[in-house]
Design a protein around this ligand. Structure first.
Ligand code: MG
Length: 400
């Protein structure tokens, strides 16, 4: 169990040792908001469960560990299991002398196309950022714009004094988010970007489950002429059946899933072809073994992969995303995360980014290691992140 914070995020890495000298594997168990809960699940419950088992029996270990807690499909235990599962695949690759993507049938692409993040305080700044990313070679850019006077997701956006004065007496002080200004501002953003830049770049946008479902339907329909690459998380996981309604009303490509922990959340969306991109956070569902099965299931239904990949996925998790991306015919796009210099020092062999693509090395296993001595120089600051500070005008909490 290695807990380290070389960048902004609390990372949780599981290391599984074998009886073979020098042979070990690493996996991602990162839940940035509750890392110590995952660490306890690994140390106190999974470690005693695993000692003495054959690391090549990955499927049996996954299935038996999954039910060993009786209650299952929670994000803490899924992350703990993901750490172990990733480490076992790493060991298997090292034993075979092959990168994991070769164990999956080999590459179907040379490198992995990335989408990068552009966010800005105003339209001109955002347009300039998109153009700068295009000049770097990016063909896919996620765009998020500050909402004048209000807080929002994905862009630095300050609550104005005027908005604060519009709140009721006695409301707790907080950033203020309101769905209507956000929706209007997002339509304005796409009108501007398509008007100025045209359609030569693929644009993406994340609603982040923040608006009431009927407003998400309005937004998706209004954005349809702007031909997004995808519109992400128009609904919360609690509201996924709205996808069946939205699907009948718009041809906008839809992405969903970074908060999913349970197959009953994603399976209806896939089997009904209600979404176009699966956005699962691989460690949150229980790791690579299950993600591979989901990818295969999605291929049968014409759903493409867009595995969740910001900074709250560890570099080991990014390597896992990369190997799966390389070997999946139904790959759609990969979210980019640029690693800090400190993070690269802690994780030698981390995937390389160049010109809008992600590259794997050809080392056995995931091709990434962790330098525990350097990791120890970056202990956790505090017990983990916390989300959900924005509130509506009336004081009610907004989803993060
Ligand atoms: Mg997202």
């Amino acid at each position: 169990m290695i807990l380290t914070q070389p960048g902004g995020d609390h990372l949780v890495i599981v290391k599984v040792l074998t009886s073979e000298p020098g042979l070990y594997g690493i996996g991602c168990a990162t839940h940035r908001e509750r890392p110590l809960a995952v660490a306890t699940a690994v140390e106190q419950y999974l470690k005693p469960f695993l000692v003495g088992k054959d690391p090549e029996n990955i499927e049996d270990i996954w299935q038996s560990a999954y039910v060993s807690s009786y209650f299952r499909s929670g994000v803490t235990l899924n992350n703990a299991l993901s750490g172990v599962d990733g480490a076992l695949w790493d060991i298997l690759g090292k034993r075979a002398g092959m990168p994991v993507y070769k164990l999956l049938g080999g590459r179907v692409r040379t490198a992995v196309p990335l989408y990068t993040h552009a966010s800005a305080g105003d339209l001109q700044e955002l347009e300039d950022k998109v153009r700068a990313f295009q000049a770097e070679g990016y063909r896919h850019v996620r765009v998020q714009l500050a909402v004048p006077g209000f807080a929002t997701y994905g862009a630095q956006s300050l609550t104005s004094d005027e908005v604060r004065r519009a709140r009721p007496r006695g409301v707790p002080d907080s950033p203020v988010y309101e769905p209507t200004p956000y929706v209007n501002n997002t339509i304005r953003m796409f009108d501007h970007l398509r008007g100025k830049i045209g359609f030569g770049v693929e644009l993406l946008h994340d609603v982040h489950e923040r608006v009431p479902p009927p407003q998400a339907v309005q937004l998706a329909k209004a954005l349809e002429p702007h031909r997004l690459f995808f519109l992400e998380d128009p609904f919360a996981p609690e509201d996924v059946h709205w996808f069946g309604i939205l699907r009948q009303q718009t041809g906008a490509p839809l992405a969903m899933g970074e908060l999913f922990v349970n197959r009953n959340e994603w399976l209806p969306l896939v089997q009904n072809r209600w979404i176009d991109f699966i956005r699962i956070h691989i460690s949150a569902i229980g790791g690579f073994s299950l993600a591979r099965k989901i990818q295969c299931c999605c291929e049968m239904f014409g759903v493409r992969t867009a595995w969740h990949g910001p900074g709250n996925v560890s570099p080991v998790g990014h390597a896992i995303n990369l190997h799966l991306d390389l070997a999946s015919y139904n790959f759609g796009i990969q979210e980019e995360n640029r690693l800090s210099r400190n993070t690269r020092e802690v994780f030698p062999g981390a995937p390389e980014i160049s010109g809008g693509y992600l590259y794997a090395n050809n080392k056995p296993g995931w091709g990434i290691d962790i330098d525990e001595k350097i990791a120890a120089r970056f202990p956790y600051k505090g017990a983990g992140g916390s989300r959900g500070n924005d509130r509506r005008l009336d004081g009610s909490i907004v989803r993060p």
